[in-house]
Design a protein around this ligand. Structure first.
Ligand SMILES: Nc1ncnc2c1ncn2[C@@H]1O[C@H](COP(=O)(O)OP(=O)(O)OP(=O)(O)O)[C@@H](O)[C@H]1O
Ligand SMILES: [Mg+2]
Length: 364
């Protein structure tokens, strides 16, 4: 297997991070530091380098530029290993534009992706159906270019449809019906692709739970879909029949944008049945199952950015998780502010350990 990783980075003017060259391990990198010192900022900067955007929604230049900098420009200089070859990726980000270079040529680099695991994701995933849908859409889009393209076209059709539904006085029935031809096509394609990809994901889920937490549970993520068994004609007539109600509410009330995903734990809905710790373990197992599927489909692992995920895990579960990370060959950055969980991370022999205080790094 070829390995991809971030070897070195130098960041200038990104939030509170000091300008310093950081050399990373190709395997485990631990970032320690008290609250509010820059751990998440480093993960955000790494994500930015690879995706040219933040993992935080709607982030503007003003939010990421260091508040005290003299010149409003963010600079990245990095060295990555891609398919066992060293490459350099650098960039200059200005308020209105940005420039990206691959091996000093003006070119964007898209081949290594990062996956972020944030501290609140597990709770949001278990409580907020919209978050769940968006999170799953984002992950499936990264696995399947077809899913990504169909989702983007679906959203355009939906936006157009809703804009017509909201026009008053209403006189756009024909336009809606003609738009529905494509809308239905993307609906059906996405519902099927979701089914296919979730089936593949579920093949890894329970196994991953067992490997990480040495406990047997059956996990399954599935969509509660009212449309997945309908054919084009049936769905077209459903939209036709529902049109008057859609006009009254001013929005499209049926389609893959409204479908719910459920997470099944031994036959129970994990939201209602599981403890917080079990939810965290199930969620992490789902994420690592996804990472395996990612490698299976795309040939390489993503770089994994784990931000303060220790909450709700007991000491034994945390040790299991660390052992699991040690057994894997992807590069991971793991942060914690929790003193109790620091010890176990410090014991990992081959890991690089950084301490960050007020944006300044020290390695030990
Ligand atoms: N644009 C900016 N310029 C300079 N500093 C910033 C900027 N935005 C945020 N910060 C600083 O970054 C700090 C937050 O950093 P970060 O979120 O990385 O902390 P953390 O180490 O992950 O903390 P926690 O353990 O609480 O999650 C804030 O306290 C603030 O001082
Ligand atoms: Mg943080």
């Amino acid at each position: 297997m070829t390995s991809n990783y971030l070897d070195k980075i130098q960041i200038k003017n990104f939030k509170n991070l000091e300008e310093k060259t950081l050399n990373f391990s190709n395997h485990i990198n631990c970032i320690f530091g008290n609250n509010g010192n820059g751990k998440t900022n480093l993960l955000e900067a790494i994500y930015y380098l690879l995706h040219r955007k933040s993992f935080k929604k709607k982030t503007t230049f003003q939010q990421i530029i260091n508040v005290e900098c003299e010149k409003p420009e963010i600079l990245f200089l990095s060295s990555l290993v891609f398919q066992d070859e060293k490459i350099s990726v650098s960039s200059k980000i200005l308020p209105e534009e940005s420039y990206w270079y691959l091996n000093n040529e003006p070119k964007k680099f898209n081949s290594i992706k990062a996956l972020v695991i944030s501290p609140f994701d597990s709770n949001l995933f278990h409580t907020d159906s919209q978050f769940r849908r968006q999170w799953i859409d984002q992950l499936l889009s990264a696995l399947s270019p077809r899913y990504k393209a169909d989702l983007s076209n679906y959203k355009k059709c939906l936006k157009f449809r809703n804009s017509l539904l909201q026009k008053k006085p209403y006189r756009f029935e024909e336009q809606i019906i003609s738009n529905d031809e494509n809308f239905v096509k993307y609906n059906i394609s996405l519902a099927h692709l979701r089914e296919e990809l979730l089936n593949e994901l579920n093949q890894y889920c329970s196994k991953t739970f067992k490997i990480i937490f040495s406990d047997s549970h059956n996990l399954r993520l599935y969509q509660e879909s009212s449309i997945k068994n309908l054919n084009t004609d049936q769905l077209l007539s459903l939209y036709k029949n529902e049109l008057q109600n859609d006009i009254l509410t001013g929005r499209t009330r049926t389609g893959v944008h409204r479908e719910n995903f459920l997470f099944d734990f031994d036959g129970y809905n994990s939201l209602e049945y599981c403890s917080l710790g079990q939810q965290k373990m199930s969620f992490l197992s789902l994420v690592f199952a996804y990472i395996e599927l990612f490698r299976y489909k795309l040939g390489t692992y993503p770089i994994v950015l784990m931000d303060d995920v220790s909450g709700e895990l007991d000491r034994q579960r945390w040790l299991n998780l660390i052992k699991f990370l040690e057994s894997k060959s992807f590069q991971v950055f793991i942060t914690t502010a929790n003193e109790n969980f620091k010890e176990e991370l410090e014991l990992i022999e081959r890991a690089k350990k950084f301490f960050i205080e007020d944006g300044k790094f020290s390695e030990y």
